[in-house]
Design a protein around this ligand. Structure first.
Ligand code: ADP
Ligand code: MG
Length: 248
């Protein structure tokens, strides 16, 4: 069981508001090393805000995050960049830099953040592109790639920083149905290599196949968290039953 593994990411009492709107309300979450956590819930329930907070993209929030036991304070720039360096993020809309080719998209952060030299970063980027069968696209511009190819680039771009944990925010929602599989396949390969992942997705077969835990969010709170078998087949809350009834 992966919940015997050490806790990699520990979230306590995390709250966040936009103006008067409470978007996250006292979230507690432990992610163990190698665990795959799938986050589901209705639109507007705070899923994106949660992963953006975990990646240091939303400030300020209340509560604490610890990565590998080290506290993270958003106001401390040193700690902030440490967090950013160890957490990879993949967005629904790929978010590739449109004016940079695939290779430059991948080497920019590792070089700027002084993780690797230009040469090392290039070598790592080309190896990663090979792994997702896109080595031949290294000098292409993002707009020349299909959505599925762009998302595979976005995934390996995040991996190029050698993160401890990968966050995915609806990575397949913008893709044509026949292309979703090629992106899920890359994600499943990452799972098989032991990557720790938090995935916001409504791909229930993916969740059933690879998730260790499914978390259901509603109105900024975690309403239920359980194994996929338990959560999908025996949901405890009416709210979860209703939601699953609509999407399954
Ligand atoms: P989800 O990803 O589950 O659909 P979000 O985290 O995107 O939910 O949004 C949660 C709530 O926060 C929603 O009510 C949304 O309208 C609000 N929200 C999200 N981003 C902003 C923002 N930049 N400014 C104000 N409100 C926001
Ligand atoms: Mg969202």
């Amino acid at each position: 069981m992966k919940n015997d593994h050490p806790v990699l990411l520990c979230v306590r009492d995390m709250s966040m508001r936009y103006g008067k709107t409470q978007v996250l309300n006292q979230i507690d979450l432990d992610i163990h090393k190698g665990e795959v956590v799938v986050v589901i819930g209705p639109s507007g329930s705070g899923k994106s805000t949660l992963v953006r907070c975990l990646n240091g993209l939303e400030n300020p929030f209340e509560g604490t995050i610890q990565l590998n036991g080290a506290p993270y304070d958003a106001r401390n720039h040193e700690q902030w960049s440490q967090l950013r360096n160890q957490i990879g993020m993949v967005f629904q809309d790929y978010s590739l830099f449109p004016h940079l080719n695939v290779l430059k998209n991948m080497t920019l952060a590792p070089v700027l953040r002084e993780k690797y030299t230009e040469d090392e970063a290039e070598r790592i980027a080309l190896e990663l592109l090979e792994r997702v069968q896109l080595r031949h696209k290294a000098s292409s511009m993002p707009a020349q790639l299909s959505g599925g190819q762009q998302q595979r680039v976005a995934i390996v771009r995040a991996l190029a920083m050698c993160p401890e944990i990968m966050l995915f925010d609806e990575p397949t929602s913008a893709l044509d149905p026949e292309i979703v599989g090629e992106v899920l396949a890359v994600m499943k390969e990452l799972v098989s290599q032991g990557m720790t992942m938090i995935v916001v997705t409504h791909e229930m077969s993916f969740a059933r196949e690879v998730a260790d835990k499914v978390v259901f969010m509603d109105k900024g709170e975690i309403l239920e968290a359980a194994s996929p078998e338990r959560l999908f087949d025996y949901p405890q809350h009416e709210r979860v039953k209703n939601f699953l009834g609509k999407i399954l």
